[in-house]
Design a protein around this ligand. Structure first.
Ligand code: BES
Ligand code: MN
Ligand code: ZN
Length: 494
């Protein structure tokens, strides 16, 4: 779908109009109602439309019988429209238009006030949400749900054109980055292996020459002494990869922002084998990696004036005769020794070597890791908030703010020293699990042992990167691409 801005409606297009619960309309709605001699007011009066949030009603006019002249979209109470309501009503409008097989539309939903959000914010969010509403992952389906809507123009005033143009570019880039992350996440693990991720990274850098790629194979990792990554990959027939991306759009000497993404292409739990029920959904265990790649795509598309590096340990976690076992002791790249209590706590093992490599290779200004790390974060925060932990409150605050700005939110958990007790080992420097209590925090504590010399934040996205409500509506979400791109936009001062 092509997204654009327009300062006037096109009579060939269907006009998307908001209607509130009390029957009131925004400027474009009032204009149409006036031109059609109170038609909309009549529809409200005879209760054909209610204005309930997300309820859609196509309006046919005598003059344009071939397609609805307008789509009325319920917005609820004018003074109480929240971000989630705005998402709901845009999604409903776009899906309804598409199911009506409409090809082109103009949206006046930009006229709706959403709390204190600016017009630029509404344009950006509208762009993101409408692209998301038409997202498909159907190349394995023999019968597909086609996309009919080809063109969507967001209506704005002439005076807002400059700000809206920037907002549209940002929203489109965020949506493209998130869709790319979703594509990678939704791909099954018999296709999406560590080598596939490395191959996709190659395709990405081909499309964006501003990004450089370096892939380390197992031999290179052995030479460096990445005992933790190599421990996890031992049971897999798929070779592990360490995928390193570099984007330099900022000052030559400026230290980069670093993103480290967990890339477990499938997590069986290894010899600490997961139950069959808990194993479904584990193809999404590389969504941290997918997020990093999605952010790179968006940043390259926007040509942001920043330096960014990405490090992705891509590994499959399998059980078997060659696999690592509980009570094995691994020596990480940092030299810290780790007693493996559970081979299912593999994410922190691949991340610790990637974080050390990141520190040594790039000396980043800040490092943010993104990982579907613990089931415990789903118990704590559900599917709505990403778990955030950090050793630097200013960085944590920046990420929380970016989450609010983008409406892709995180919630902070403490990393107090008290919790470090739980990952003590009688045999090694640390153990890779800390018991059932505070499972997300002890995972964060584990990572904190490898990031002491960096400003570091950890995003546990086990609940947010993919929705696993039922079996039929499982899908990658593309989160937290919006939050991180927003963080980088704020960082760049854009
Ligand atoms: N990939 C899982 C975490 C996960 C669970 C992601 C559910 C998405 C949904 C991770 O590798 C894992 O298995 N974590 C264990 C840690 C435990 C053994 C300390 C967990 O959460 O049970
Ligand atoms: Mn696991
Ligand atoms: Zn995992």
């Amino acid at each position: 779908m092509n997204l654009s801005l327009s300062t006037k409606t096109n009579p060939q297009h269907t006009l998307i109009l908001g209607i509130f619960e009390d029957g009131s309309l925004t400027a474009s709605g009032k204009a149409l109602d006036h031109a059609e001699k109170g038609l909309i007011a009549q529809l409200f009066k005879n209760k054909t439309v209610s204005g309930k949030c997300g309820e859609c009603f196509p309006v046919l006019l005598q003059t344009t019988k071939h397609q609805p002249a307008a789509l009325l979209v319920g917005c609820g109470k004018a003074k109480e429209i929240k971000e989630s309501d705005y998402r709901k009503l845009i999604t409903a409008a776009v899906k309804t238009l598409n199911s009506l097989q409409i090809k082109a539309a103009d949206s006046a939903l930009t006229e709706i006030n959403v709390g204190k959000r600016s017009l630029a914010w509404r344009v950006k969010f509208h762009a993101e949400v409408s692209m998301e509403a038409l997202y498909r992952f159907d190349h394995y389906k023999t019968s597909k749900d086609p996309v009919h809507l080809q063109k969507l123009s967001l209506l704005i005033d002439t005076k807002d054109q400059a700000a809206a143009k920037i907002a549209l570019a940002q929203g489109t880039a965020i949506a493209n980055g998130a869709a790319y992350a979703k594509d990678l996440g939704n791909e099954p693990s018999n296709v999406c292996t560590p080598s596939y991720l490395a191959q996709q990274a190659k395709v990405l850098v081909k499309a964006f020459p501003s990004i450089k790629l370096n892939v380390l194979d197992e031999k290179a990792m052995e030479k460096l002494g990445m005992g933790a990554i190599l421990g996890v990959t031992k049971g897999s027939a798929e070779p592990a990869k360490l995928i390193c991306l570099e984007y330099r759009g900022g000052a030559k000497k400026a230290a980069p922002v670093a993103l480290v993404g967990k890339g477990i292409t499938f997590d069986t739990g290894g010899n600490s084998l997961k139950s069959p029920e808990n194993m479904v959904g584990m193809k999404y265990d590389m969504c941290g990696a997918a997020t990093v790649m999605g952010v790179f795509k968006a940043v390259a598309e926007l040509k942001l004036p920043i330096n960014l590096v990405g490090v992705i340990p891509a590994v499959e976690n399998m059980p078997g005769g060659n696999a690592y076992k509980p009570e094995d002791i691994l020596t990480s790249l940092s030299g810290t020794t780790i007693e493996v209590i559970s081979t299912d706590a593999e994410g922190r093992l691949i991340l610790c070597d990637a974080l050390t490599y990141c520190e040594r290779t790039y000396q980043p200004e800040v490092v943010i890791d993104i990982a579907t790390l613990t089931g415990a974060v789903v118990i704590a925060l559900g599917f709505h908030a990403t778990g955030l932990m950090s050793n630097d409150q200013a960085l944590a605050d920046d990420l929380l703010k970016a989450g609010i700005d983008s409406h892709d939110r995180a919630w902070q958990l403490p990393l107090w020293d008290d919790y470090q007790e739980q990952i003590k080992s009688p045999y090694a420097d640390i153990a890779n699990t800390g018991g059932r209590s505070a499972g997300s925090i002890t995972a964060g504590c584990f990572l904190s042992r490898f990031t002491k010399n960096m400003r570091w934040a950890h995003l546990d996205v086990a609940g947010t990167a993919a929705m696993m409500m039922g079996t039929s509506d499982r899908m990658a979400t593309g989160r937290p691409v919006p939050m991180l791109v927003q963080y980088l936009l704020n960082h760049a001062g854009e």
